[in-house]
Design a protein around this ligand. Sequence first.
Ligand code: FES
Length: 272
Amino acid sequence: PQPKSGTAPGGGVRDGTRAAIAAAHLRTDRWWLAPAATAAGLLAFVVYSTWRAFANADYYQAPYVSPFYSPCLADNCEPMRSGPNWEIFGSWWGLSPALLILIFPLGFRLTCYYYRKAYYRGFWASPPACAVAEPHKKYSGETRFPLVLQNIHRYFFYAAVPVAGILTYDTVLTFRDEHYEWGHMGLGTLVFLLNTVLIWAYTLSCHSCRHIVGGKLKHFSKHPVRYRMWQWVGKLNARHMLLAWASLVSVALADFYVYLIASGAFDDPRLF
Ligand code: FES
């Protein structure tokens, strides 16, 4: 009988049933480039978002509120007339209000099927790349704690939908000027619009969304509406990696734009 993978002498891909090839792998291309670039990109976002989330400043300038700080759930939020303000956390909450809301989009991305592949490869080299052997002795996949918790991704998807809805609401509110008069637009409105479109595209391209929309059906012919929606989601899903990166950049860009105008470094050019 075949030894169980990960339990044979040597473990993993080096167990006794494999061909005895001395080379660690046979790839001659620069296979390490993609995981290295992925790790660098993710690290840059982690550093930037940690700074902004803990800064607790420069996240609001009428009519813009940073996507990192919306909705505002604490009593210590800047007085804002943009975005939803629900003071669920009273004056006892002394930390940045961004920390209360960011756990949802963060959890959504951390458990995302694409990001899992990206950071398993980029940070843990598990595996480093296609056809490059796992350096760890054992491989238990996502069957044990804590990685088994990745299965809650679907619930983070449920949380990500209202978050995307709130960002849409915030974008609608940017069609006002700094005196809250409707019918105006600034450069920031375009930045927010782009971010909202990309956030929705990323959220709807989620593998869990695809399963919720079209999964567990025996006959598509009996569910034409779900079939059509499943086809739409499938088209987005095929670009999930691209949308994951595009929306990551756009959300940081939208936050940075608010930072620039709230800190006085830049004036939002009004388009009309
Ligand atoms: Fe990536 Fe759901 S699989 S967001």
